[in-house]
Design a protein around this ligand. Sequence first.
Ligand code: BEZ
Length: 200
Amino acid sequence: MKLYFSPASPFARKVRVSALELGLAERIELLQISLSPVSPHTDLRQHNPLGKIPALITDEGAALYDSPVICEYLDALAGGARLWPAAGPARWRALTRQALADGITDAAVLVRYEQAVRPEPLRWAQWIEGQWLKIRTALEALERDSLEGVFDIGTISVACALGYLDFRFAEEGWRARLPRLAAWYALISERASLAATRPS
Ligand code: BEZ
């Protein structure tokens, strides 16, 4: 298998963490690329018309995207129901946490592009504040959630979202407002899969 990724991408990190946890990392060749909304990657677009990472090319030559699809594929390859609860309330909880965490990450990446890529005169402060409202409200929901002792695609997604906030927006200082989430994150960050894929 081949994975188009960037070390900074929080969505590609979900895939790398899943692969490590499932014992599949050595079967995946990592193809590191750099791209932005204004500098697409020609080779990647032949596989994913959206031109986004992560994209996985299976051993059969199929292109899979985006991160939920790839992570579920890897889980199935490893026997199934390892990081994706099979059925019932645990599954819906995991998928909803994944949606919430991916929403945080989506908003944070949009803010990053707005601040790092968009020319300064075109930046829109109110729009950026709208993204931060989503992020902060979602983080407050996670503070009220019971993440302790759960390790699945939902909590992997939460850890990768928080890792991206620390990586690109360290000044946000979410830990001071959200002590329970901070304690959970400190513990889960010690896992080898998360330590090995920390963005740099
Ligand atoms: C970043 O550099 O922040 C980034 C890179 C790839 C995907 C998303 C974000």
